[in-house]
Design a protein around this ligand. Sequence first.
Ligand code: BTN
Length: 232
Amino acid sequence: EKIISFETIDSTNQFLKEHFSKYPSGTVVVALEQTSGYGRNKRRWYSARGGLWFSVLFKPRKQVDTTFYTRVFSVAIVKALETFKVHADIKWPNDIYVRGRKLAGILTEGIFEGKKPLALIVGVGMNVNNEIPDELKTRAISLKEILGREIPLMKLLELILKNARVLFRRYTKKKEALTRIWKRHLLQKEGDIVTFSENNQEKIGKILKILPDHLLVETDEGVRKVYSLSPH
Ligand code: BTN
């Protein structure tokens, strides 16, 4: 597919949200640096030079399960890291963790006309050769720090894209099979104790079931559907 690259951009997700109509499905946008990168819950995403910051555009023909796209990329990233002998886990739902610190994150955004998806944008941010700012050092890690050497960004991008392509081909008609693979790589297991927030209160409970877009958590006050976990 076509790869559009920028030196500097506000955000590769934002670019595709504005310009998706001009580009075909499969278009990839990558930038050396983002000035307004963002993550889930509108959090700022630090995107200095040296990191891998890209977004992929999809134009699905019918109603889609957007979480499937995100899962494809989480598994594609874990598999790409295996080729460097780096063992990574997925922190539910789709953060990539190594040694208890975050290496990569995924943000999938959709543009809908009613229920019809006009565009799906899967944004991936991975700390590769970039420096991690001091205030994030206890929570984030880079591939360079893990391997002790720099990794060529475009090689890594190609590898992740290739893995994603294979996974799409193999699992589009067998989505539950991909969900099982994703679950095997998850840090959280059914039965684990987790904390989450509800009405601004920190709650604790036991995971009864892990689903792609929510967890069923048993608390003292009953079973809750949890859509995101509290940071630890
Ligand atoms: C998260 O963990 O909250 C998701 C982070 C996603 C960051 C990537 S970097 C490329 C793309 N452009 C953005 O502005 N965000 C995503």
